[in-house]
Write a protein that binds this ligand. Structure first.
Ligand code: GLY
Length: 355
């Protein structure tokens, strides 16, 4: 985006992996980034489908959020330097959100930027992280504290990789998929509502809809000045919960944290906008059906508020929320006072879930 205004090309749906071959064969040299899990489970699928695509070198980082830091970035830059990679090469990110975030960041800072392509392998990556040019790493206790907006050359989304996922990875991505239903896609919400994600079958359709929703948003607002902020629904409180557990050495998945955040922020939405009670009940029941409730105590609330004040969504000391006006319609930059934020977390803590 900052360096290259060419539009990103997308291939989405069954067969996308095979169709990507022609584009890949144009590059004289390909360096691939994977994590340990992807190397074991997805790289063999990639190689089996694209036997003619020569991968010059595979760089492997640690799996999970702990792989998205400065130490791992240095490892990648060291490898690129050792291999004498130049700007004609392609950096291919095969993996979930951690790989596409750190891979995009390291590729676009190495020698002022080499082209990269994202092949997301997780539901979270396919529906969200691989699309939209956000790259970066965690720094200190804060997620995505250092990074930049740079688009990949292409994003190739093939549901074939979903067969390799563990249950917690499905669940993590499912929170983001639900979010598209809530913020902009009533039709997607109707497909999902009332369903346990284990029972859903038509993932090709679900992923295609979610990915298209994200592409639509970033097409209109790449740099998050306006409507892209709607994607932050559930994330202001959710990120604080995620950072809290990371700091206390009990990391939880992004999806678990965002699901909890969406319950709190649905509650805030219902207080600020006139949402029908049946809709708020439907949302909370759907999240409870798919996500276990956390055992957070009220004593953690001050620490959660401190974490929220560090959030990138804070402007001039004021917390700005992305909220929903009804299912399928979001709005952003809504000022919410701290008392209401505290009450929303108390609502989360004190309600009875179905789990
Ligand atoms: N994951 C939120 C965004 O891409 O803006």
């Amino acid at each position: 985006m900052l360096l290259d205004t060419k539009p990103v090309s997308y291939m989405i749906g069954n067969g996308a992996l095979d169709m990507s071959e022609k584009g890949l064969l144009k590059y004289p040299r390909i360096i691939m980034l994977v994590d340990e899990n992807v190397e074991k489970h997805c790289l063999p699928v990639f190689r089996a489908h694209l036997p003619d695509v020569k991968i010059d070198h595979v760089i492997t980082i640690k799996s999970g959020e702990r792989g998205k830091n400065l130490e791992q970035s240095i490892h990648i830059w060291d490898e690129l330097t050792r291999l004498q990679v130049d700007r004609d090469a392609l950096f291919l990110n095969l993996g979930g959100g951690v790989v596409t975030d750190i891979g995009g960041f390291t590729a676009s800072t190495y020698k002022r930027g080499i082209p990269f392509i994202n092949f997301p392998t997780t539901l979270l990556g396919m529906a969200d992280a691989a699309i939209g040019g956000k790259t970066g790493i965690d720094y200190g206790a804060y997620k995505n504290q250092v990074g930049l907006f740079v688009d990949p050359v292409s994003v190739i989304i093939d549901p074939i990789f979903l067969n390799t996922l563990e249950d917690h990875q499905w669940q993590s991505g499912f929170a983001e998929v639900m979010k598209y239903g809530l913020i902009m896609d009533r039709d997607l919400w109707s497909i999902l509502s009332g369903q346990d994600y284990h029972q859903l079958e038509d993932w090709d359709k679900i992923i295609t809809k979610a990915a298209r929703d994200k592409i639509d948003i970033v097409h209109h607002d790449a740099l998050e000045k306006g409507m892209r902020k709607n994607l932050n629904f559930g994330h202001t409180i959710g990120h604080a919960i995620e950072s809290y557990y990371l700091m206390h050495d009990k990391p939880i998945t992004h999806g678990q944290a965002i699901a909890a955040g969406m319950i709190c922020e649905t509650w805030i939405s219902s207080k600020i906008f006139d949402i029908e009670c049946t809709q708020t009940d439907e949302i909370v029941e759907m999240i409870d059906l798919n996500f276990e409730k956390f055992d957070i105590s009220e004593a953690t609330i001050p620490e959660l508020l401190d974490l929220m004040r560090q959030d990138k969504k804070v402007r001039e000391g004021q917390l700005k929320f992305s909220l929903i006006r009804k299912i399928g319609k979001a709005t952003h930059d809504i000022e919410v006072n701290m008392d209401m934020v505290v009450d929303s977390i108390k609502y989360y803590i004190n309600r009875n879930s179905v789990h």
